[in-house]
Design a protein around this ligand. Structure first.
Ligand code: SF4
Length: 349
């Protein structure tokens, strides 16, 4: 890596990069070896607990025992998967990827854009410095130092109007963007990498489930597992449309939803007469839930704070553009709110 750090430190900071995992296997840290060493398992349990508690990772640890920390991180991911609790796994992955971004910004050798481009390459993102694609003057004036190949951009950009490619300068197939947004793309790709590791290592997850006494994790799992959503659903007349049902189900399953989906469901539930506190409660199962921020956002959408404008439910056309219409505009309505009324009319004799 052209970053000004050693490969062992790099593995410690970013244990889920391909190069980190290859480095550990070259050094003989096979699963068979690490599972016979209780010190690794203890460290992994510690990492698992700290990640669930969203404790920031201390990069100074990497100066002493980089390989051990990298191994512990990998085992901690397997432990998270072995809990068989989607919410715990997602919370762990969310926390690890947030730490990843903090380290990208904090570690002196990694702050160099060339280093971030190498990390991007490891994650399957094709990137360059924007000055290789457009004039340096434009880069300086608009502060858009990075360029990402459009295919990579579309793959990892969050589903949010801010990220729509139409709102970005695109030059010869390269999307030009500020460093902060580039780092966010890397974070999304890093999350995806962890999910991929879990998918491809079912056997390893099974082995860790037998090697670790999972009962010792019951407390921590109970503490951070998704709390049952206490909702006295104010069933207004008519059924919820498939798009909103899908968002509610995803929320209850602890999935990390794009901003567009959160915005859409909030506007919809407000119009359906839900109490704002109930809506906040529904978001509690999100892996990145922050009560204060969520309450403010819900109140903002309801027009109770900020610009004091209550937002309308997005039209079906908009939902479709955001990738949130599972029926491909097949409900015969123009707005999800009309779906409930239509279902009542259909039922009437
Ligand atoms: S057509 Fe409209 S109401 Fe039906 S699923 Fe799509 S967005 Fe929702």
């Amino acid at each position: 890596m052209s970053c000004n750090i050693s490969i062992s430190e790099s593995a410690c900071y970013f244990p889920f990069l391909n190069r980190s995992m290859a480095y550990l296997s070259r050094r003989g840290f096979s699963l068979d070896f690490v599972l016979t060493n209780s010190a690794f398992i203890e460290k992994a349990i510690e990492r698992f607990k700290k990640s669930l508690g969203r404790e920031p990772f201390n990069p100074r640890q990497c100066l002493d025992t980089p390989e051990n920390i990298a191994v512990a991180a990998r085992l901690a991911l397997y432990i998270a998967a072995a809990t068989k609790n989607t919410y715990i796994l997602r919370r762990f992955i969310d926390s690890e990827s947030k730490n990843f971004t903090i380290l990208l910004r904090k570690i002196p050798g990694v702050q160099d854009p060339r280093c971030k481009i190498e990390i991007a390459k490891d994650l399957g993102i094709y990137a360059k410095q924007a000055s290789e694609v457009v004039s340096g003057a434009i880069v300086a004036v608009y502060n858009l130092p990075m360029a990402v190949r459009w295919v990579s951009y579309l793959r990892y950009a969050p589903q949010d109007p801010y990220w729509a490619m139409i709102n970005r300068p695109v030059i010869k197939g390269w999307v030009i963007l500020p460093m902060e947004d580039f780092e966010r793309l890397l974070e999304e790709a890093y999350e995806e990498r962890m999910l991929q590791i879990v998918r491809e290592n079912e056997l390893a997850v099974g082995r860790i489930a037998t090697a670790v006494d999972m009962t010792q994790l019951e407390d921590v799992i109970k503490k951070y597992a998704q709390r049952p959503v206490q909702l006295s659903y104010q069933q207004t007349e008519g059924k919820d449309p498939p798009c909103m049902q899908a968002i509610i189900t995803a929320l209850k399953n602890g999935e990390n939803l794009p901003h567009t989906a959160r915005f859409a469901i909030t506007t919809y539930l407000i119009k359906r007469g839900w109490d704002l506190e109930q809506i906040v409660e529904l978001f509690r199962s999100s892996p990145d839930f922050n009560e204060k921020i969520t309450r403010y956002q819900v109140m903002h959408i309801a027009g109770q704070v900020g610009g004091r404008k209550e937002y309308a439910v997005p039209s079906c056309e908009t939902m479709h553009t955001w990738g949130l219409c599972p029926t491909n505009l097949g409900c015969g309505v123009k707005n999800p709110l009309q779906y409930g009324r239509k279902s009542i009319i259909k039922k009437s004799p």
